[in-house]
Ligand binder design. Sequence first.
Ligand code: GDP
Length: 227
Amino acid sequence: MHDTPAEPTPEQRAALAWTQSARFLTTASQLNQLPPPGLPETAFVGRSNAGKSTAINLLAQQRRLAFASKTPGRTQHINLFELGPADAPDARWADLPGYGYAAVARDAKLRWQQVMADYLRNRHALAGVVMMVDARHGFTALDRQLLEFVMPRVGVGEVKLLVLLTKADKLSRNEAARSLQQAQKVLGEIATEHSDIGITLFSALTRQGLGDAACTLRAWTPSTPSA
Ligand code: GDP
């Protein structure tokens, strides 16, 4: 599906200007190395190869921002980015390690699963989670497991959730509609009346869903009015 995306609306443009302020802050291999919670944080999660780095780089309009997490030795770190004016940052993004990568040893996988579970369950500053899911595959068992970590907080409205069905350009229009419907069904089953859950088809290639994703992210961390 290669629709030409509509021109961004003024609201989307403003939201994208904000996402493009993202810059690298720090990296942590353990939760206690993260800076003390202060600014609201949005976590990006997804199976490895789901398109997480590509999506972050596109939102930030920086080709290599999220690829820091791909350099050897850093794949299992949490990378933090800061957003907003340089002298008055108003939000952080946390790029969590991609999961399900076959080559990672079992011990390391288990350790990391624990760190992610800990982060998602306990990180006080966590305001929202963006989950990247390959639109061709839908939610995998590991995605569902990760959702379980965070659903208690999503269910009470403490943490928001946005699912990006990535690589939508690889699907026909009908296939994309079906993928969206199936994923919505899964989310409908776990949502409560208090949860704030969004989902959109997303493509880094066509930019489908980019403006909407930026608006959602911006709305999660309302901050200083732009003077
Ligand atoms: P990550 O492991 O989740 O960070 O995944 P990457 O961002 O590295 O993407 C994995 C592969 O999918 C790369 O080859 C990307 O170029 C490709 N990819 C990512 N997003 C898209 C997309 O929207 N459309 C298409 N066609 N390919 C994509």
